[in-house]
Design a binder for this molecule. Structure first.
Ligand code: ADP
Length: 494
């Protein structure tokens, strides 16, 4: 790294303050000492008559004053050099260098100023490189997403990166590690590593309990040398909360899915055994049992179908849909398909899709969304009531546009059912979550319908809101982005 301002030709130096006056006594005493041999010789020459006393006095005065002048300027130069060196000590990498002293004193060592200046420039360049290296390291440390703690002796926290400050607060400096992390395995690992400079890093997994539970993997590194600021041990923490939660959810999901399949399977096996044994010749029982067996088989088939849909949607969840779909035909088709269920409960569906525009999305996936919502509305709606499907457009600048941040179409499905108690609403889209599990099973529900809806909407950058009043009914509203269209051409403002 070379900077032109550090070259000997650089002129933008910093002038230093004038040096203090040289002490008169010091000049006098030194002149006396240095001139004494010559004065003594002159004195002896005058005494022996070799030199007239007037000439001897004149020569003596000349030697004394000449010498004191040279010494004075020399001392002055040394004072200037002292100030120059002090000023140099305070120069930072980007400061201008102070000017070396000039003046008569430098005639005794004319080469000292250029040497001093060169040394100062080299020192400044070295300092600048160090500062740049430190700034670079600081920036790397700050940008590390994982918390990093740097410990000195007695497990005291010397430094930490912003991620660690965010996790433990900014008051951690100087504190002992156990003041913020009490995990015995971690503390023991740190103690052991402290005694073995340069030992291989150690990994420790632990959990921080509090309002929110965090799981971490700590990597403890013992430096082979203590750094200039006393750091001996580094602890980097990797947040494993999310991956542990995913692991947990996967486990729960498999347990739930197997449980859901086991129940109808056990019931089928039971009926088969009964039909082969005690009910072998019972015509009535066989009819009844076969109906139940058919129900159970259908339930299993629904469940397997929903599980397959869910896994397929999850695979696609991170790819944006490419087509545009008009939903009125889709909704009408679903309504037609629900004909039998509607008739059985003496219900009707009122479709009021006045404002419609194409939305971004795959027709088949969006069909699944409204199939699930409309089927639920019929399933959980009271006999003899009507399910209403309405649409609303949110154009540029409308209040409702804020939900997706772009023009959207909202389609709501409203039923007149028993409604859903408030506390259940946030969890309805979880897999296998049911308000009333027995009722859902009795109605042929798998507990996966709304989870499928949520994943499809995630993929379509859409959202769903649920409004419900116990005893009156529920409204599920789906917001989907409008497909690319001429700005404002087809949207109404609400
Ligand atoms: P299910 O197959 O059980 O209907 P869903 O995922 O579709 O599963 O719904 C989850 C739960 O949400 C249901 O078990 C039910 O308790 C509740 N739910 C869904 N839709 C409605 C609705 N329209 N009215 C009342 N409760 C509903």
């Amino acid at each position: 790294m070379h900077d032109s301002s550090a070259s000997p030709k650089a002129t933008n130096h910093l002038n230093i303050v004038p040096s203090p006056p040289v002490s008169f006594q010091r000049v006098l005493a030194t002149t006396l000492v240095l001139s004494s041999p010559a004065i003594v010789v002159l004195f002896l020459m005058v005494l022996s008559g070799m030199l007239p006393w007037l000439a001897g006095l004149g020569a003596g005065l000349l030697i004394f004053s000449g010498l004191s002048y040279i010494l004075y300027s020399h001392f002055q130069h040394i004072e200037d050099l002292k100030l120059f060196i002090t000023a140099l000590r305070h120069v930072k990498g980007h400061d201008r260098l102070p000017l070396p002293p000039a003046g008569a004193g430098s005639i005794l060592f004319p080469e000292i100023n250029p040497s001093l200046l060169r040394m100062a420039q080299e020192r400044q360049q070295y300092r600048r490189e160090l500062e740049l290296a430190i700034e670079g390291n600081e920036a790397i440390l700050k940008s590390l997403p994982d918390p990093l703690l740097m410990l000195g002796s007695k497990r005291r926290i010397v430094r930490a990166n912003p991620a660690a400050e965010e996790l433990f607060g900014s008051q951690i400096y100087g504190r002992e590690l156990s003041g913020i992390l009490r995990n015995p395995d971690l503390l023991e690992a740190v103690n052991e590593m402290d005694a073995q400079p340069g030992a291989n890093p150690r990994m420790v997994r632990f959990t921080i309990y509090g309002n929110v539970e965090y799981s971490f993997e700590a990597r403890v590194v013992r430096l082979s040398e203590t750094t200039w600021d006393g750091i001996r041990i580094l602890i980097s923490l990797t947040d494993q909360t999310a991956s542990k939660r995913v692991e947990q959810m996967r486990g729960d999901f498999i347990a739930n899915a197997s449980h859901e399949l086991k129940t109808p399977l056990a019931s089928l096996t039971g009926f088969i055994e009964t039909l082969k044994g005690p009910a072998r010749d019972d015509e009535d029982a066989r009819e009844r049992f076969l109906d139940i067996m058919q129900d159970q088989a259908e339930r299993m088939s629904h469940l397997v179908g929903d599980l397959l849909s869910l896994s397929q949607i999850e695979l696609l969840e991170h790819t944006k849909p490419t087509s545009a779909t008009l939903l009125d035909g889709v909704v009408q088709n679903i309504s037609d398909g629900l004909h039998t269920q509607l008739e059985a409960k003496n219900m009707a569906i009122s479709i009021q899709l006045d404002s419609m525009v194409p939305v971004e999305g795959e027709a088949e996936e969006l069909r699944q969304v409204f199939q699930n919502l409309m089927e639920n509305a019929v399933k959980y709606g009271r006999e003899g009531t009507t399910v209403t499907v309405k649409s609303k457009l949110y154009g540029e600048g409308s209040h409702g546009m804020r939900r997706l941040g772009r023009p959207s179409l909202a389609i709501s499905v409203t039923d007149q059912g028993d409604g859903i108690p408030r506390e259940h609403i946030p969890r309805l889209t979880e897999r296998f979550y049911r308000v009333d599990p027995a009722r859902s099973r009795e109605l042929g529900g798998t507990g996966l319908g709304l989870a499928i809806v949520k994943h499809i909407l995630n993929r379509h950058r859409g959202v769903m809101t649920i409004d419900s009043e116990v005893g009156r009914g529920s409204t599920f509203t789906v917001y989907l982005p409008q497909a690319n269209m001429v700005k404002g051409a087809q949207s109404e403002l609400f």
